[in-house]
Design a protein around this ligand. Structure first.
Ligand SMILES: Nc1ncnc2c1ncn2[C@@H]1O[C@H](COP(=O)(O)OP(=O)(O)OP(=O)(O)O)[C@@H](O)[C@H]1O
Length: 606
């Protein structure tokens, strides 16, 4: 039951459309467009702001050119005009600043809004998946999708899209201004385009490699740290600090080197564009200077041209630098799109919700059930079981006998391969999942606690449940004395793994959940951890309270827990091999007796 769904009692109400799997890149971008579309007006506004900002920016050298040629050198320069030009120049700078500021804010808002919606969809979609999905997809991968893949997507909006729009438009407008000023010199500049293309192409694959290498090294480092944190008790118990330290140093060094290599490549790439820009300026000074001296070109035009030439290389360099981000954003968007296209294996039957909701009495029937995690390898075989409402059933068997699998089927974490399971005579596949999950209360072997207060954990963040009800539930199961010893009582904050509480104490909190939410069927996967006799007694008493007039299935690891059960099922290799009360089973001197004696530390011969 270790992988039982965490937010078991919470209904997941997020609905998604599920496109086909193995999404090609065109559909990746189509999917993104679906998120972008509601913000299309914002993007139009961003574009307008960019246009105003660039125009204001590019008009500045032109203004200086007009001032030099038409006023300064033409001898019309007056003090008043000097101030006027300076004023216009300043106003253009302010306009540039204002629209750049608005454009940046709008784009950040749009980007973050889209990424937040993608993250929400991902989280909701993951919550809809069947447990088999979590068997196939390691938790680390899913965390990466929700955190770093969406972060890369956010970079796409804040860097790539911005650069494509702003730098692309700047380039077009610069070329336009250059052609207007002097088209022959423009042709000289454009002749450099093949050189630029050559540099970009030769750097591109190398930059991508260094980028990917740096990402790989950081993933290695992060997963190593995560692994070590998760298994810190083992690391300490086996005195592994030294070994783990040297493995960490190796990974840290690799990341450090990969990062330096990436930065070096990027600096070299930028510098080559700077050099190219300076060469062009030198060339212009030579050619253009000659033309000015021969009075074939106005000095102001040369000034403006040189300024535009310097500006010309910046957007090209900026756009090419976004290449690797664009690549990784495409990969991340592809992964997100693939994840969003996975359809849950277990869904509500279209006819299921049509029947009026009736209170579930708790009668359980397994009819000829066969199931295996791999189809060819059944772990439950042809199993029949009838449980009366209110009956308490103990399930025992050696490890791997199929006890947890039986319970997983009843919770519909997996669907049966053949046969059927019924609650109150109705096939569970016809129950809406939310209704089924409300009818069954689950207390896991390692109960999951949320990071929140004790109160939040018992009422599962449902504010409609009165505090008094929570306190009463805890009192009834005998957890109030444990909670009373906590520093802030019911408001004490528990960490996500419930550290600070023993497995037994965490189970008691889960029992209180049962009393609060009142499911008709209770499933208890008893904690295997050694418990002190006091906690064990508390659990035993709590079980009596919560199982009262409630169908209860207990997977027992300590047989003492279920000696008083109405019926005990003994499982072996996916089948029920013996069935009866404790006394009846001991009388037949079979497998149960062996297990029982073994649990007492005795063998049959004794
Ligand atoms: N998620 C899974 N994917 C594949 N095989 C699984 C999965 N869960 C359990 N199994 C296999 O199914 C068989 C039955 O396992 P199950 O957990 O139901 O046994 P169990 O009686 O509950 O054992 P335990 O007392 O150790 O929890 C085992 O062979 C186990 O390896």
């Amino acid at each position: 039951m270790a992988r039982a769904i965490d937010n078991w009692q919470l209904d997941n109400k997020t609905a998604l459309n599920h496109p086909k799997q193995d999404t090609p890149y065109s559909s990746v971008w189509r999917l993104l467009l679906a998120y972008v579309w509601p913000l299309r007006l914002t993007f139009v506004l961003v574009f307008v702001c960019i246009l105003f900002a660039i125009t204001a920016d590019l008009l500045q050298p032109y203004l200086v050119k007009v001032f030099i040629d038409d006023y300064l050198l033409a001898g019309h320069g007056e003090y008043r005009q000097l101030i006027l030009f300076a004023g216009i120049y300043f106003a253009l700078s302010l306009t540039d600043f204002f629209f750049t500021y608005v454009q940046n804010n709008l784009l950040q808002f749009a980007g973050q809004n889209i990424v937040a919606r993608v993250r929400k969809s991902l989280f909701g979609h993951i919550g809809l998946q069947s447990i088999s999905f979590f068997d196939r997809n390691p938790r680390g991968n899913l965390i990466t999708h929700v955190s770093s893949d969406t972060e890369t997507l956010s970079q796409f909006f804040s860097q790539v899209l911005l650069s494509l729009m702003r730098d692309g438009l700047t380039l077009i407008l610069i070329i336009f201004m250059m052609v207007r000023l002097d088209w022959t010199s423009t042709l000289y500049c454009l002749a450099l385009l093949p050189v630029i293309a050559f540099i970009a192409v030769s750097f591109r694959s190398y930059m991508r490699k260094t980028y990917q290498n740096a990402r790989t090294q950081i993933s290695r480092l992060v997963s190593f740290v995560a692994e070590n944190l998760a298994g810190m008790n083992i690391v300490q118990a086996f005195h592994q600090q030294e070994e783990q330290g040297s493995r960490f140093r190796e990974r840290n060094r690799s990341y450090y080197r990969a990062n330096l290599r990436e930065i070096r490549t990027s600096v070299l790439f930028n510098r080559s564009f700077d050099i190219l820009g300076n060469v062009s300026v030198a060339f212009l000074v030579w050619i253009g200077g000659k033309s000015v001296l021969n009075q074939e070109l106005e000095f102001g035009v040369l000034y403006a041209f040189i300024t535009y030439t310097r500006m010309f290389f910046q957007p090209i360099s900026a756009i090419t630098q976004q290449w690797s981000t664009l690549q990784s954003a495409t990969v991340s968007a592809g992964r997100i799109s693939n994840l969003l296209s996975v359809t849950p294996e277990i869904t509500d039957h279209p006819e299921g919700g049509k029947h009026p909701e009736e209170a579930v009495k708790g009668e359980v029937d397994f009819r000829n059930v066969t199931f295996g995690y791999q189809e060819a390898n059944p772990v439950i075989r042809d199993l029949d079981l009838h449980v009366e409402p209110g009956e308490t059933i103990g399930i025992v068997g050696t490890t791997g006998a199929g006890k947890s699998s039986l319970i997983s089927l009843l919770c519909r974490f997996y669907d049966v391969q053949s046969g059927s399971i019924h609650i109150d005579g109705k096939d569970i596949r016809y129950f809406p999942q939310s209704e089924l999950h409300r009818a069954i209360g689950l207390v896991q072997q390692e109960p999951f606690l949320y990071s929140g207060s004790v109160m939040d954990n018992v009422r599962l963040f449902d504010e409609t449940v009165a505090k008094e009800r929570v306190i009463e539930a805890c009192r009834l199961i005998g957890a109030d004395s444990i909670i009373g010893r906590m520093k802030h009582g019911y408001e004490t904050r528990l960490s996500e793994s419930g550290s600070g509480l023993s497995a037994g104490e965490r189970q008691l909190i889960s029992f209180a959940r049962i009393l609060v939410f009142k499911p008709s069927i209770l499933i208890l996967d008893e904690a295997t951890a050694n418990m002190d006799s006091y906690t064990e007694q508390l659990i035993q008493n709590a079980l009596e309270v919560v199982s009262y007039e409630r169908t209860t299935l207990v997977i027992a690891h300590r047989l003492s827990t279920i000696v008083h059960a109405d019926r005990i099922l003994v499982m072996k290799n996916g089948e029920i091999v013996e069935e009866g009360t404790h006394g009846q089973l001991l009388e037949i001197h079979g497998y149960y007796e062996q297990l029982y004696l073994h649990s007492l530390g005795r063998s049959k011969a004794e």
